[in-house]
Design a protein around this ligand. Structure first.
Ligand code: HEM
Length: 286
């Protein structure tokens, strides 16, 4: 045993397993099927891995919001870059489930009923914290008051979109007062409105000549990237769902593929997409 390396302990005396709570983590995969179906382990682990990454994404988004509040624009971009790196991974990760045949999934699918990704609190928190808030989704947690309260708090607190607009206002860009209070709905209904014009005027200034405020331009683009990655996830998820269960109803009670398809294209930062339409050819470029 002369060549066997001794495992160094840290100053605090913690081992790898103790620090990361590996035994606890590995005790959390508890299949419901009996006898246990081989693929149920994959199904549980992939969802748990998503939930861990959602936790990290929320952590980084909260930090982004705090940086924006303090006017630290580059710091905010930095944390959003990490969010993108995680989201890229999450888009790819869903495809691991395609190694499970549709028939095999059916062997244990009824055991999940009525559990569904629809009840992922953290996924909804990511949407709400970004700016895509919808009170209707709080109802999904009416049997779990703690979770409903957590989502309600997200509903009421400033989102990244709200904080981004406050930042623009602090920097002297004109912003309508309604900007944090459901402006999106008003704007969707009426892109000819005075508010829409005012927001576009501010954003055009940034986007027509990024050099005029490069840090702000780069931060704005991190939010566009966020929307893009979220939408890619939605698209990949719905295709994997169709490949797996076809047009069967979801365990969460929705129509399944039809419902999921209707969520694609939802945007947390619609104005940053709109502004492209208004840019002109003859303006300064870098
Ligand atoms: C074979 C694999 C999967 C199937 C068949 C499936 C199926 C579905 C269906 C049918 C819905 C609609 C709600 C319902 O009625 O249940 C849904 C929603 C959802 N699923 Fe999955 N899913 C799968 C994998 C995953 C994975 C790995 C995640 C990762 C967290 C996930 C997260 C979600 C989320 C967050 C929603 C809510 C989407 C929204 O309301 O916008 N799903 N899923």
């Amino acid at each position: 045993m002369e060549n066997t390396p001794t495992v160094p302990r840290t100053e605090t005396g913690l081992t790898y397993g103790e620090y990361l709570k590996v035994p606890e983590l590995l005790s959390l995969q508890q299949p419901q099927s009996e006898p246990v179906h081989h693929d149920e382990m994959l199904f549980i682990i992939i969802h748990q891995a998503y939930e861990l990454w959602f936790k990290q994404i929320l952590h980084e988004m909260e930090s982004t919001r705090e940086s924006m509040r303090k006017g630290k624009i580059l710091r905010a971009s930095h944390t959003m870059k990490r969010v993108h790196a995680i989201m890229e991974l999450l888009v790819k990760q869903i495809h691991i489930l395609e190694t499970m045949t549709p028939a095999e999934f059916l062997q244990f699918r009824d055991k999940l009923n009525p559990a569904s990704g629809f009840q992922s609190l953290q996924f909804r928190e990511v949407e709400f914290l970004a700016g895509l808030k919808n009170e209707r989704y709080i109802n999904a947690f009416k049997g779990q008051p703690d979770l409903a309260a957590r989502l309600k708090k997200r509903m009421e607190e400033p989102s990244l979109r709200d904080t981004y607009f406050s930042l623009l206002r602090d920097l002297g860009y004109p912003m309508p007062e309604t900007v944090s209070t459901g402006l999106r709905e008003q704007l969707d209904a009426n892109t000819e409105s005075e508010e829409h014009t005012q927001v576009m005027t501010s954003l055009i200034e940034i986007y027509q000549n990024p050099d005029s405020n490069l840090a702000l331009y780069l931060l704005s683009e991190t939010f566009v990237e966020f929307d893009l990655q979220l939408d890619l996830w939605r698209e990949h998820h719905v295709r994997v769902v169709e490949r797996s269960i076809g047009f069967k109803r979801g365990t969460g009670g929705s129509s399944g593929v039809g419902y999921l398809q209707s969520t694609t294209g939802r945007r947390c930062f619609p104005f940053l997409w709109d502004v492209r339409t208004y840019l002109k050819k003859d303006a300064a470029v870098w």
